[in-house]
Design a binder for this molecule. Structure first.
Ligand code: AMP
Ligand code: MG
Length: 493
């Protein structure tokens, strides 16, 4: 092992446990990050640091840079790379952390447990042909989008820091190397189960299922069929998560089974993006040629991924295989309805509705089809509905929309809540700002090309209060000019 272990760093508040590293050795490989030449801390999340029980002051200097670069291992950490597999665009592959190291689990002062993972930290036994490294642009992009998602109230991994490494990584061109410190409730993926299942190791699957239950869903320990309940709760979390994505126009871009976390957090920000004009066929990822992971396809893919998860659980669901398949199928079949319930309740909030009527689904769908017809901006249309500033919008020249608008006004009038109450419900669910691609690209360009991080910091500041009016920052609400439109985001490896 080439990295140093520092005992003094616990003044920073590190309080590691390493429960994953106590699982069977086949679940991971033990190794340290590969040290880098010249670590430099370029972005640091003070608030998150403090909420983890860590001290910003101790981590903002050289020691923090060395830790977040993997050059210095904090006391109590037991670094590992996790093994997993996954279906990538429908095809099964063995993967694993090819460029990430889990330092350990930070236990916070209020006894919460968070994975602290370095991404871009060098080769591991799972690197296949990759260099184990990451470029600065994609790591900053993950930082911006994940923190924006958090501020939008969407379950997500968080970003603690980005360091530049002082080394180049070679993609199509040489790029600056960087490492992101990612914080997650855990990194257990559908693909982690698939990995063990592919090895035919039933006992290992049971061990991982029990671990997952203990770590995330401890109420289920006493359930009649804890593994079926595990499947159901994971399904519930995914239904809720994907509904939240749709609510803000988020497109994950690579919903492979290795990028679906069982804790229900959004994970792995690669070619993800937020939609401007509403169109369910929107795709940004340059590698998603068939539109498999298009905006509107995300619920179907979630269900497809959950089917892969269910397959791995079959031996635990019932001793009789046919019965196990029946249980899994029954559970899985409830997904569309479950999703629709989350989708509809989220949409009711976006429309200021506190009560439920059966025709609300038509109200939702009719608005969306008007928006699609008119290429209306997803974020601004909903925010305008909340702010009653819609009269200026081009949508108001559309007869179908005007008909819809009157129907919506009638619907609002039928509920007991006041107009003011509806308005505040809408304002709390319709963000004014999202990380629009052209603003994200602008921030990344300044950082990567000019080492000017002020553009990114301003953007992060605005994105940290997405539901507030922020006078002086209205330009962040503007959709891109035709010349600024980004049609593709590239898979950030
Ligand atoms: P992702 O598309 O980021 O979810 O990554 C898919 C798989 O490829 C994961 O197993 C990663 O660890 C691995 N991977 C991505 N980039 C690299 C790299 N530069 N070196 C090694 N492995 C990588
Ligand atoms: Mg991944």
């Amino acid at each position: 092992m080439t990295s140093n272990t520092a005992s003094a760093v616990s003044v920073a508040g590190w309080n590691f446990d390493n429960s994953y590293a106590r699982l069977p050795e086949s679940f991971f490989a033990r190794l340290n990050p590969v040290p880098v030449r010249s670590p430099h801390l370029v972005v640091f999340n003070r608030q998150l640091t403090e909420s983890l029980g860590l001290r910003s002051q101790a981590l903002e200097g050289d020691e923090g840079a060395a830790i977040f670069a993997g050059n210095l291992i904090p006391a109590g950490a037991e670094p590992i790379a996790q093994a997993y597999a996954g279906h990538q665009f429908g095809n099964f592959t063995k993967l694993g952390d090819g460029r990430a190291i889990l330092l350990g689990e930070q236990i916070t002062p209020d006894s919460q447990r968070f994975d602290i993972q370095l991404k871009g930290s060098g080769q591991t036994p799972y690197s296949r042909r990759g260099d184990g490294r990451a470029a600065l642009g994609p790591m900053l992009r993950e930082y911006i989008i994940s923190e924006a998602m958090h501020a939008l109230g969407i379950p997500t991994t968080r970003s603690l820091a980005v360091v530049t490494t002082g080394e180049q990584v070679f993609r199509e061109t040489p790029l600056q190397g960087a490492i992101l410190t990612r914080v997650a409730a855990s990194h257990i993926r559908v693909g982690t189960f698939e990995y063990l299942s592919a090895q035919g190791d039933r006992e290992a699957i049971r061990t991982l299922a029990e671990y997952t239950i203990r770590r995330h869903y401890s109420d289920l320990i006493t359930a009649e069929n804890p593994y079926l309940s595990l499947f159901q709760v994971v399904m519930e979390r995914q239904a809720s998560l994907v509904a939240k994505w749709l609510q803000v126009g988020f497109i994950h871009g690579v919903m492979n089974t290795d990028n679906m976390a069982l804790c229900g957090e959004t994970i792995d920000y690669g070619p993800c993006a937020f939609m401007d004009a509403y169109d369910p066929a929107t795709v940004f990822s340059s590698i998603d040629r068939g539109g498999r992971y298009a905006y509107g396809n995300q619920p179907h893919i979630a269900q497809w991924n959950l089917a892969r998860f269910a397959e791995t659980l079959l031996p635990l669901l019932h001793a009789n295989q046919e019965k196990a398949i029946q249980l899994a199928n029954e559970a899985l079949a409830s997904f569309p309805e479950l999703f629709q319930r989350y989708r509809l309740s989220g949409m009711r909030a976006k429309l200021g509705l506190s009560t439920a009527e059966s025709a609300d689904i038509d109200l939702m769908n009719d608005l969306l089809s008007c928006m699609q017809q008119n290429h209306a901006d997803h974020t601004n249309t909903f925010r305008d509905l909340a702010e009653e500033t819609l009269a200026d919008a081009p949508l108001f020249r559309d007869a179908a929309f005007l008909e819809w608008y009157l129907r919506w006004q009638d619907r609002l009038a039928r509920q007991p809540q006041s107009a003011e109450e509806s308005r505040s419900l809408m304002r709390a669910h319709n963000p004014a700002v999202i990380p629009r691609n052209h603003r994200v690209e602008e921030a990344l360009q300044a950082a990567v090309e000019r080492r000017d991080f002020t553009v990114m910091k301003r953007l992060l500041h605005v994105l940290s209060r997405p539901f507030d009016d922020q006078p002086g920052h209205d330009d962040y609400r503007l959709p891109p000019e035709p010349s600024e439109r980004c049609y593709q985001t590239f898979c950030g490896t």
